[in-house]
Write a protein that binds this ligand. Sequence first.
Ligand SMILES: [Mg+2]
Ligand SMILES: [Zn+2]
Length: 221
Amino acid sequence: MIKGLEGNFAILIDFDGTITKRDTNDLLVERYVDPSIRDLSQRDGGVNFMEYFGGLMSKVKITEEDYINFILNEIQLADGFYEFYLKARKLNIPLAVVSGGFENGIRPFLKKHGIEEVEILANRLKFDKDNLRIEFYHNKADCCDIGNCGNCKVLHYERYKKENDKVVFIGDGITDRAVASKADLVFAKDGLLRYCKANNLACIPWKDFDDISNILFGSKI
Ligand SMILES: [Mg+2]
Ligand SMILES: [Zn+2]
């Protein structure tokens, strides 16, 4: 067990690019939306995140059945995640997936990989034939640094923090920034790692879940 994590702790985990090898929404938009309107890097700018993301998703034309098949067929589980999940379960460590993406795809994807005992805290896609609309989990003004983010990982963190001594966060992207500045221990890669370094936030770099298992569970299991 890593020093500083004595007592009970819970683990919050981002989905896209963290549990999956690729970001499902980036891939979806790449496949289904014209390049002129699909630049996801705009998320970095000052645009209202919910409006931007909702507008982008409304450009995707896909039925729910095709969406789920797309996720199941095109998206791969991150290396070591299943073993990590089994170890956390064995140690009775609460796990939650916190995602700015969509429960519609996350649940069947995890189920396909035998991962069912985990809380999923994500937005939902509403389908009207092939028209998409996002039903956001939260709607709280200025909940975090990107304004109203739609499914606030900070709010989920605060609830978990009340119920556990410590909360560990694992992530990679923009919607992970605010919670990464609060969590007791942060595992960061890619954009989140660069953000943490640039802002002097303590974090542990990671590449796959074997790294994280070794650090969190060590020889305990
Ligand atoms: Mg991510
Ligand atoms: Zn927020």
